[in-house]
Write a protein that binds this ligand. Structure first.
Ligand SMILES: NC(=O)C1=CN([C@@H]2O[C@H](COP(=O)(O)OP(=O)(O)OC[C@H]3O[C@@H](n4cnc5c(N)ncnc54)[C@H](OP(=O)(O)O)[C@@H]3O)[C@@H](O)[C@H]2O)C=CC1
Ligand SMILES: Nc1nc(=O)c2c([nH]1)NC[C@@H]1CN(c3ccc(C(=O)N[C@@H](CCC(=O)O)C(=O)O)cc3)C=[N+]21
Ligand SMILES: [Mg+2]
Length: 296
């Protein structure tokens, strides 16, 4: 079998177009465009690339983009002051503080300072708690985008066994919550899991969110399973001095066994950015007292 390639880049482009189509009616009703503030502390090159693509996608969707670039030596208090100002700014519907933050800053304190209504990353404990108990929440973008791809590929997920590899608060845990909400049987694997290959072989759906290049091998995959590869790992390329991106799954091996698989790049990554804009539009509607935009 050769897996169908799940084209996250194309799906994300479609979602961004649907979002852009909703912006004019929001502007008409409120007199302003939805606004997203992105805060970057320091000069990490990978973070700079992400922040630039978020800015471009935000503007292309007809939304307002506010970029705040602060030096690496910014104090935690100065960052908290900026978050407080963004919380108070009515033209800002979404606030994203790019992670990782420099080591002298406590991410938890910063995430806790963001108004949950503007927490478009869905990282605030209030949103994590709402997701866990099934209340209306802002849902983390990478798991949300991964779920959209799964539903597009498989339709109803109910009864399927999903194995999520990784238990971080930003990917693995919320991914497991979303799959549970869809009535999957969910197994969460992590670095202490015994016989990971044997567990993964049980899965109808595998979500790999580990951060280890090509860890998941083809012979771990049940024939026909759907593989969502969240991993983004930069490794040495074919030519010296060059690098390339690979996922957490050994793509060629897994694609030979799976029913469907996301590539890296071009899979989950573009969905993360599209879902950030989706959450910004949703947050803007809720803050303006409008009902949620439908069909997104
Ligand atoms: N495509 C996208 O948009 C995004 C991609 N990513 C990528 O997804 C990956 C995961 O990110 P994130 O969740 O933040 O990473 P973390 O490092 O926070 O979490 C990694 C998880 O993997 C587990 N793990 C580590 N080693 C093993 C192992 N050998 N076997 C089984 N489990 C293991 C860890 O277990 P334990 O808890 O026991 O330590 C942990 O739960 C990274 O490659 C990251 O770059 C992240 C965000 C967005
Ligand atoms: N507060 C916060 N929120 C985040 O959502 C967040 C973050 N911090 N810190 C870093 C991670 C990582 N992340 C990605 C977003 C897009 C791609 C993406 O578009 N990837 C492209 C490739 C891009 C490239 O070539 O480098 C793809 O997979 O096709 C990847 C990774 C968001 N993150
Ligand atoms: Mg830190």
């Amino acid at each position: 079998m050769t897996a169908r390639i799940i084209d996250g880049k194309a799906f994300a482009a479609g979602l961004r177009a649907r979002l852009a189509a909703r912006v004019p009616s929001f502007v008409e009703k409120t007199g302003r465009a939805p606004g997203l503030a992105v805060v970057l502390v320091g000069e990490d090159p990978a973070s700079q690339v992400y922040v630039r693509s978020k800015h471009k996608a935000t503007v292309e969707a007809g939304m307002q983009s506010f970029e705040h670039r602060l030096p690496a030596e910014t104090s935690q208090q100065a960052l908290l002051d900026l978050v407080a100002a963004l919380n108070a700014d009515d033209s800002v519907d979404g606030i994203l503080v790019q992670l990782p933050l420099p080591p002298h800053i406590d991410d938890k304190a910063v995430l806790a300072a963001i108004d949950p209504a503007k927490d478009v990353d869905g990282f605030h404990v209030v949103n994590a708690g709402r997701l866990a108990v099934g209340e209306e929440a802002l849902v983390p973008c990478t798991p949300l985008g991964s779920l959209m791809l799964l539903q597009d590929a498989l339709g109803d997920l109910s009864g399927l066994h999903a194995v999520v590899i990784g238990r971080s608060n930003i990917v693995g845990k919320p991914m497991a919550q979303l799959l549970l909400q869809q009535s999957c049987t969910v197994t969460i694997a992590h670095s202490r899991t015994k016989d990971l290959p044997g567990i993964v072989r049980l899965a109808d759906i595998v979500v790999a969110a580990v951060g280890r290049a090509e860890m998941v091998r083809g012979d771990w995959i049940k024939p026909g399973a759907t593989v969502i590869d969240v991993g983004i790992n930069r490794v040495p390329g074919a030519e010296p001095g060059k690098t390339k991106l690979v996922g957490d799954c050994a793509y060629d091996e897994c694609a030979a066994v799976a029913g469907a698989i996301t590539p890296v790049p071009g899979g989950v990554g573009p969905m993360t950015i599209a879902c950030l804009l989706r959450n910004t539009l949703v947050a803007a509607h809720r803050r303006a007292g409008l009902s949620d935009p439908e069909g997104l």
